[in-house]
Write a protein that binds this ligand. Structure first.
Ligand code: URA
Length: 210
């Protein structure tokens, strides 16, 4: 696994506003979108392209365009949905699949409750969106799900990660082609599985408590 932690003052500024518990959901949602667009820029550095010949008003030249099959973006429901707009803003031609994972708040173990993905992911670059890499359980389950469908190239984008979560993903994906892009690497997990200092429950902050 390769790890990239964003180190940019604008990203840190926006994350600081997200972390602030007084930031309302409306601001939280639009900042999440902006942050994902910035992180997606880094995360797509190795997106596959192919040469194309075009005519400019002046001459013929060879440029590049995204290869087929198009990248697949997979937000993990519910909180990953808040990251989708920011991602597809950068790659409007991406296809979107959905994976619903829920973690049991006592055992902290994830399970899949919904799935809408192509049957065959071989040859697809997959971009998984999950705002909080806490224990790593849901993200690892999502990665394994995509591997089972034939994916071999997976990039995960998270707003915040914990050292414990990064280590768990690393251990689960040793020789696999997995890249992890984080807005920030936080200090630790607390006994309830929350990232510290973190931003609280990302799904609740985005959508309110249901
Ligand atoms: N999920 C969240 O939304 N927040 C955390 O801090 C950990 C997991």
């Amino acid at each position: 696994m390769r790890l990239h932690v964003a180190n940019h003052p604008l990203i840190t500024h926006k994350l600081t506003v997200l972390r602030d518990k007084t930031t309302p959901s409306s601001v939280f949602r639009s900042l999440t979108e902006e942050l994902v667009t910035l992180l997606a820029y880094e995360a797509t550095r190795e997106v596959r392209v192919e040469p194309v010949t075009i005519e400019t008003p002046v001459t013929t030249t060879v440029g590049v365009m995204l290869s087929q099959p198009r990248p697949l973006v997979v937000p993990i429901l519910r909180a990953g949905l808040g990251m989708l707009e920011g991602m597809v803003k950068l790659i409007p031609s991406a296809e979107v699949g959905f994976l619903g994972m829920v973690r049991d708040e006592e055992t902290l173990k994830p399970s899949t409750y919904a799935e809408r993905l192509p049957d065959d992911l071989s040859g697809r670059q997959c971009f998984v969106l999950d705002p909080m890499l806490a224990t790593g359980g849901s993200l690892i389950a999502a990665i394994e799900f995509l591997f089972k469908r034939g994916a071999t190239d997976i990039t995960c984008i998270c707003l915040l990660g914990s050292p414990e979560g990064v280590a768990a993903v690393e251990a689960a994906t040793v020789d696999a082609n997995v890249m992890l892009v984080l807005g920030a690497l936080d200090e630790r997990l607390n006994e309830s599985g929350y990232i510290v200092p973190g931003l609280g429950d990302a799904g609740d902050r985005l959508y309110g408590t249901v």
